[in-house]
Design a protein around this ligand. Structure first.
Ligand code: GDP
Length: 206
């Protein structure tokens, strides 16, 4: 299905579900650049992906907690892929499920040859959880390119957004400029996220 519209950042000609994988052997062939997306469950990851590709329901929002977790691959414009990693951290999941999640994510992020960058999503309203802090460190230690997005910004006033961004940067011990304020519902930050994605992917915006 074609859609030529108001897309800020990158013209989306096509965005389609490709496949879903429960383990490495089910990954599609590594033939084009991949951009992965991760964050805690309910952070707004599906909404942000849908916003980036101008689709309302390419990725189903609000997955049921505790379900078998899989990695979903989507193809955009036949030149790059979005890879939706399972959300982290339902309070109720068992230790076993958490360990499975970690293994799945690590397997993908550390070994996927065509991974260009990870879009790491946090909720601007929430304090940085210990897990998020550790994960950010882990990304840096393992030289995984990443784009930090603070989503749901529309729920805060502009001044609150600025204050919270400062606070989160401090907590993560990174420069504020490395945090993109966004809203998957309003489309805020979309242009900036796309610019970074295309840069990492080496794809021209033509
Ligand atoms: P996921 O579990 O990370 O994929 O999160 P979803 O995209 O399903 O979003 C979880 C809930 O947060 C849903 O009710 C969304 O409508 C809401 N949500 C997601 N992004 C935003 C946003 O940018 N602004 C607001 N106000 N709500 C959002």
């Amino acid at each position: 299905m074609e859609s030529h519209n108001e897309n800020k950042g990158y013209i989306i000609k096509s965005a389609e579900f490709l496949t879903s994988a429960g383990s490495r052997k089910e990954y599609p062939e590594a033939v084009m650049p991949e951009i992965a997306f991760a964050g805690r469950s309910n952070v707004g990851k599906s909404t942000l992906i849908n916003c980036l590709v101008n689709r309302k329901k390419l990725v189903k929002t609000s997955n049921t907690p505790g379900r078998t977790q899989r990695i979903n691959f989507f193809e955009v414009n036949n030149v790059l892929r979005f890879v939706d990693l399972p959300g982290y951290g339902y309070a109720k999941v068992s230790k076993k499920m958490r360990a499975e999640w970690e293994k799945m994510i690590e397997d993908y992020l550390l070994k996927r040859s065509n991974l260009c960058c990870l879009v790491w999503i946090m909720d601007i309203r929430r304090d940085v959880a210990e897990f998020e802090h550790n994960f950010a460190l882990w990304l840096t230690q393992n030289n995984i390119n990443h784009i930090n997005v603070l989503t749901k910004a529309d729920k805060f006033s502009k001044s609150k957004q600025i204050a919270q961004k400062k606070k989160i940067a401090l907590k993560l011990n990174i420069d504020e400029d490395l945090l993109i304020t966004a809203s998957g519902i309003k489309g805020t930050g979309k242009e900036e996220v796309w610019e970074k994605i295309l840069n990492f992917a080496g794809v021209l915006n033509d």
